[in-house]
Design a protein around this ligand. Structure first.
Ligand code: SF4
Ligand code: SF4
Length: 156
């Protein structure tokens, strides 16, 4: 290596070390998510929920419009006929199986827009951080656990 190149490399290393030293005492701009929660925008939409009516009945009528509207094929719905003596939803059918694959979901909310009964809604909960694929495939039982029976997400 020529002496000129040696000097140039030393100057570059000195500059880089200068930047390091400049920021050594400052607070980090990153946060240790999920240990430290991060502030979210008020209109942030994340994990989905399947909602019920006030009387406990499931809002989902198994129409599969959300499945058809989903651009990534993240939703799987299998409908079944309601038993008139013991209906699960007010419609003729209900969702026997309802699954969302969060490995595919892009949180576009097209499913929420397509749903005629406001059964599927995106909540302000951020998506899970996990190491297993299984935890990102949410079943109906996991989605159907709303903190409140019915919450108007977009009152307008
Ligand atoms: S938010 Fe979008 S991508 Fe995710 S399940 Fe709904 S329609 Fe599919
Ligand atoms: S969540 Fe809504 S759109 Fe999807 S199957 Fe149920 S009622 Fe139909």
């Amino acid at each position: 290596m020529a002496f000129k190149d040696f000097i140039k490399s030393a100057v570059d290393i000195g500059k880089a070390m200068g930047v390091t030293l400049k920021y050594l005492g400052t607070r980090p701009v990153t946060s240790e998510y999920p240990r430290d929660p991060v502030p979210l925008y008020p209109r942030f939409r994340g994990l989905h929920e399947l909602r019920r009516y006030e009387n406990g009945m499931e809002r989902c009528i198994g129409c599969m419009l959300c499945e058809a509207a989903c651009p990534t094929g993240a939703i799987y719905v299998e409908a079944a006929e309601n038993d008139p003596a013991n209906p699960i939803s007010p419609g003729e059918r209900y969702a026997k199986i309802y699954e969302i694959n969060f490995l595919r979901c892009i949180f576009c909310a097209d499913c929420e827009e397509a749903c005629p009964t406001e059964a599927i809604v995106l909540t302000p909960e951020p998506a899970k951080a996990t190491f297993t694929r299984r935890e990102l495939l949410m079943t109906k039982q996991e989605l159907l656990t709303p903190r409140q029976p019915f919450v108007v997400i977009r009152p307008e």
